[in-house]
Design a protein around this ligand. Structure first.
Ligand SMILES: Cc1ncc(COP(=O)(O)O)c(C=O)c1O
Length: 395
């Protein structure tokens, strides 16, 4: 029986598609240790360096001493602890919504929201490059899903117009705010116009925008000046906010129906109390002058890093954010370049299908506020070398 899986693993290895796990230990200034060797960390979503910030560590320790290490049950069964409620109130104020709800992860949020909110007569319009958790949420949802080509609002408008005559239920447009593999932004103002035109709802997954985009770090919608027009603000706490978990900020009836219907919320143990306590401390920091300084460092680092890659003529897939893909197209050269870079002390991931479409493999670099600018320069040069030298070998 096990033989079948052995064969599948061998097949994956033979085509450069085998995935394996790596153990890392903490380093300093945007670096980690792998096998005892310091390598520059260019694949973390800890964009502002908050995962090791003293104020967040302190918040985790204080909540752990006061409430213990676990929540002991799901919130509908065992009740909500103060840190969970406090975070939800703070987040709703931060996002400017009536209410908010914690989820155990971004994956649990997207699957739980799309499953719990909609009914069979409803339609979801979903961007073709949305995160896998949105795709799985669409699969779990009783609503029908219509996929529109990536950020193509003209195509979306045509699809909505074609659906109009037989419309029976609610419509929801769902999009990543910052696309996780391309680092480009959803055209939120145009999506807002369409949702208004068709009396639809707009949901933005701002996993990679929260904390880093907008003057106050409120995310992609703030960046575009459209915060009040987004109906469902979903985001994660495990990236720029440094901790773990996820949220939805929205009108109170939406939150209350999810408390009643969302299976990933109902049938799962609540997060340990230290997790929302950390998230509350992170929100405070993001919303302070210190947060604004961290964002400024992040954008300076990103500009500097990208300038060298662009000057060398690499294809960055339209990235405008801290997520910087370098297209390498096929799995073999991608993994070859990633291995070569690791040998040179640079840790970033080679991304292959099914995470990205076939032929769109890439080295995905993520820039952090805590990176040393000189180290970023050296990393950019090494990436250029690795990509170009391999390309020479390809006929
Ligand atoms: C756009 C997007 N949504 C959702 C998720 C899932 O969040 P989590 O890691 O908290 O499950 C991720 C990444 O992990 C993501 O990039």
């Amino acid at each position: 029986m096990v033989q079948r899986w052995r064969q599948q693993l061998a097949d994956l290895a033979a085509t450069g598609m085998l995935r394996t796990l790596r153990t890392v230990e903490p380093g300093e200034q945007g670096a980690v240790l792998i096998d005892g060797r310091r390598v520059l960390l260019l694949c973390s979503n800890n964009y502002l360096g908050l995962a090791e910030h003293p104020a967040l560590i302190e918040a985790a320790l204080a909540a752990t001493s006061r409430y213990g290490v676990g929540s002991g049950g799901s919130r509908l069964i065992s009740g909500s602890m103060f840190p969970h409620r406090q975070f939800e109130e703070r987040l709703a104020a931060f996002k400017g919504t009536e209410s908010a709800l914690l989820f155990n992860s971004g994956y649990a949020a997207n699957t739980g929201i799309l499953q719990g909110l909609l009914e069979p007569e409803d339609v979801i319009f979903s961007d073709s490059l949305n995160h896998a958790s949105i795709i799985d949420g669409c699969r779990l949802s009783p609503a029908r899903t219509v996929v529109y080509p990536h950020s193509d609002v003209t195509a979306l408008a045509a699809l909505m117009a074609a659906e109009s005559p037989q419309r029976r239920g609610r419509w929801l447009i769902v999009s990543d705010g910052v696309f996780s593999m391309d680092g480009d932004l959803a055209p939120i103002p145009a999506l807002v116009r369409l949702k208004q035109q068709h009396d639809a709802l707009l949901m933005i997954d701002d996993a990679h925008g929260t904390g880093v985009l907008g003057a106050g770090g409120r995310g992609t919608a703030e960046h575009f000046g459209c915060q009040g027009e987004v109906d469902l603000h979903m985001g994660t706490l495990g990236k720029a906010l440094g901790g773990f978990g996820a949220y939805l900020a929205a009108a109170r009836p939406i939150i209350e129906i999810l408390i009643n219907r969302s299976r990933s919320f109902i049938f799962s143990t609540a997060l340990p109390p230290s997790v929302p306590a950390v998230a509350s401390a992170a929100l405070e920091l993001v919303d302070s002058p210190a947060g604004a300084e961290l964002r400024a460092s992040l954008w300076q680092n990103r500009q500097r890093f990208v300038a060298r890659l662009v000057a060398a003529g690499l294809d960055l897939a339209g990235s405008v954010t801290q997520i910087v893909p370098v297209l390498t197209y096929d799995p073999e050269p991608t993994m070859h370049a990633a291995r070569r870079l690791l040998e040179a002390g640079i840790f970033l991931s080679g991304i292959r299908p099914p995470t990205v479409p076939a032929g769109r493999c890439r080295l995905r670099a993520t820039v952090m506020a805590t990176h040393d600018p000189l180290e970023l320069d050296a990393a950019a040069d090494a990436i250029v070398d690795a990509v170009k030298s391999y390309s020479l070998l390809v006929p």
